[in-house]
Design a protein. Structure first.
Ligand code: SF4
Length: 450
């Protein structure tokens, strides 16, 4: 890429959304260009990308288990509640068919997997029998001996001691428990299926299994939250001594139950803390975890200093542009420079997978400029950037390329920079997702994200 041709000049004051109130709309940035620009015309390009020889980048595997006991009121994922065992088996049959189709693609054939991620939804919702069956099908089709990380999301109320044993047995190395909070009133009000009793019931079993890394998720600013209830949750999380803790600030994505309620003109029972308050609570939590022996690993994650591993390979590989096969309804992946997403229709997904075709429904063929911006904005979430990484990989001097943005953000106290490193301040890290659109190309700014 020619750096001069693609240099971007923007007026940050006119591009950055910095509303104090928590409005309906996605703030969290997980990809670039925004999903709203992915389209059906580029599906052909995704299929062509699968037909090309394998690239040298690491290959990961994402598997979407879209089942949950209840739909949380803030959730925006594709999930189903109330599916029975035979419906789950028919979904897993579709996944197995999709594995076989993927394994035959020239871009995938014989390529070892570096990481596996079971996300959802709730992967721990499925039975031991289903889990064992599914992982066997995965191993039938892919070389998993090279996998360095096998991550698996759990909901406390779906776990038993025997299920945890099976999860460990199939090779899971990083277990992530969706705790979100310890206050039963807040959990129930926000539509969570589990209670604090379930968290404490499963925790000793989890500890006993000796996973390489156990993460717990917390959400700052759930509806009904106060400073004291939040800090009580933080203390309880510290008492559990997880290897890693991930903290999100509650947002109101378009398709969440809460957002629908607001759009229906019924927001009076819905008090969501403003962004400034959520950042303050998040920052207080970071201070407590730092004092308790944790280090900041990204804008959202803290890891225990003496834990077995500090790495989160899935995150780091994605933020460095690795390829990822995405299996399951509505899941997102990337291959040979093309983003793609599977059909979000249960029937269409299963029908296509069983017909031996890839169930890709929309895609986006990225340009070199877009791949460069994508990696840069995602890596900003680590709290620092190394300009040499981008000059080596993309031939772009990010300091001069985005000179106006760095100067503006430095003036606002969001970061500092030197020729060797760009470092976000605590304030910048706490609102990193709101800063990222500053680096978008003009046509993507002020657009809907999803
Ligand atoms: S458990 Fe997770 S995926 Fe399921 S509804 Fe709640 S937030 Fe969504």
């Amino acid at each position: 890429m020619n750096d001069d041709q693609s240099r971007v000049h923007v007026d940050p004051a006119t591009t950055r959304k910095d509303s104090v109130k928590t409005e309906v709309g996605s703030v969290f940035v997980s990809n670039y260009p925004p999903y709203s620009f992915w389209n059906s015309q580029d599906v052909e390009k995704a299929l062509e990308a699968f037909g090309q020889p394998a690239s040298q980048s690491p290959l990961g595997f994402y598997l979407h288990i879209p089942f949950c006991r209840k739909r949380c009121k803030f959730c925006y994922f594709k999930v189903y509640t109330g599916k029975n065992s035979s419906e789950i088996q028919s979904y897993l049959d579709g996944l197995a068919a999709e594995f076989e189709t993927y394994a035959r693609q020239p871009a995938v054939l014989g390529r070892p997997l570096k990481f596996i991620y079971f996300g959802g939804g709730t992967p721990s919702f499925i039975s031991v029998k289903h889990l064992q069956w599914l992982t066997e099908r995965l191993k039938d089709n892919f070389d998993t001996r090279t996998v360095s990380e096998f991550a698996f999301e759990c909901e406390p109320g779906t776990l038993t001691a025997s299920k945890l044993e099976a999860i460990r047995e199939v090779g899971v190395s990083r277990l992530s428990l969706g705790v979100e909070h310890f206050d039963d009133r807040i959990l129930a009000d926000n539509g969570r299926a589990h209670t604090s009793t379930e968290i404490y019931r499963v925790w000793p079993w989890i500890k006993e299994m000796d996973f390489e890394q156990v993460n717990i998720d917390l959400i700052a600013g759930m509806v009904g939250e106060s400073e004291s209830s939040w800090m009580a949750a933080v203390e309880k999380a510290i008492e559990l001594e997880p290897d890693s803790v991930t903290i999100y600030q509650l947002e109101l994505p378009y398709n969440a139950i809460y957002s629908q309620s607001i759009r229906d003109g019924n927001p009076e029972h819905l008090v969501v803390a403003d962004w400034e308050t959520k950042r303050r609570w998040h920052s207080m939590a970071i201070d407590r975890f730092l004092a308790a022996g944790y280090d900041i690993s990204s804008a959202y994650t803290l890891v225990r200093r003496n834990g077995k591993t500090q790495q989160f390979l899935y995150r780091d590989a994605l933020w460095r542009g690795s390829d990822m096969l995405a299996t399951g309804v509505a899941s997102f992946g990337h291959i040979n420079g093309v983003h793609f997403q599977n059909s979000s229709s249960w029937a269409e997904y299963l029908e296509t997978a069983h017909a031996g075709a890839l169930p890709v429904k929309r895609a986006y063929a990225t340009t070199p400029q877009e791949r460069f911006v994508r990696e840069m904005i995602l890596q900003m979430k680590l709290g620092y950037l190394s300009p040499s990484y981008f000059s080596d990989k993309f031939g772009v001097d990010i300091l001069s390329h985005f000179a106006g943005q760095w100067a503006h953000l430095k003036g606002e106290g969001m970061l500092d920079f030197s020729p060797e490193k760009i470092t976000l301040s605590r304030s910048g890290l706490l609102q990193v997702d709101q800063l990222l659109p500053l680096f978008y190309e003009e046509k993507y700014r002020n657009s809907r994200y999803t």
